[in-house]
Design a protein around this ligand. Structure first.
Ligand code: IMP
Length: 199
């Protein structure tokens, strides 16, 4: 029988989980660091949107964890919609080819929109998204991203709320994946380059 006094270790639940954690080179942002920063971002957004009712657009799948944690700290009335975008597939680098897999359920006309992204890397995905939303006549559009890799930017996109700047490493965890894995990790880690065939 399992000993219930043992601390819960989320990544030791099975052989596959053990294998996954061995793929991590280092932990870049701990779960506690992320939680503290996301709470600050929620408070900041709540102050900035006092008297307004923003619509959050969460970009699936990568932003799902950021979205659910951030919204717990938003104190103004708000709503949430999702957009699913295909980006890398099995690749670890942006192809610049973006496809909308799921569009918004509601109109954003005259609404104050805040796009929630996991990471802005080259900026191509965000650029595409902003273009895509441009004709829908929102009252305003801002962007909140958990992570920003400014050194890799290929387009000039402005990000209004940034959780953390990260170096040019392939990172996973807290919603971010490589080949659909690692999204469940509560921290952000650097993936060993040999796992994705990188440098
Ligand atoms: P961009 O179009 O190059 O800015 O890439 C944006 C998308 O690529 C993000 O929303 C992520 O889904 C993915 N991405 C970029 N860098 C990383 C990374 O280091 N780890 C995991 N996914 C990433």
């Amino acid at each position: 029988m399992s000993n219930i006094s043992q601390p819960f270790r989320p990544h030791s639940l099975g052989p596959d989980m053990h294998a996954s954690e061995a793929d991590i080179e280092s932990i870049l942002l701990s779960a506690a660091q992320i939680q503290a920063r996301v709470a600050e971002m929620g408070a900041q957004i709540s102050r900035d949107y006092e008297g307004r009712e923003p619509v959050f657009i969460s970009v699936l799948v990568g932003a799902f964890m950021f979205t659910s944690d951030l919204l717990r700290h938003v104190t103004v009335p708000c709503s949430l919609d999702f957009m699913a975008i295909s980006s890398y597939g099995q690749e670890s680098r942006s192809s610049g080819v973006v496809r909308v897999m799921k569009d918004l359920d509601e109109s954003i006309e005259s609404k104050h929109v805040i796009i929630l992204e996991d990471i802005i890397d080259t900026g191509l995905t965000l650029n595409y998204l902003l273009e895509n939303l441009r004709n829908r006549n929102a009252a305003s559009v801002r962007v909140a991203a958990l992570l920003d890799k400014p050194s890799r930017r290929l387009t000039d996109v402005s990000v209004d709320y940034v959780g953390f700047e990260v170096p040019d490493e392939f990172v996973i965890g807290y919603g971010l994946d490589f080949a659909q894995r690692y999204r469940n990790f509560p921290y952000v880690g650097v993936l060993r380059p040999e796992v994705y065939g990188g440098k």
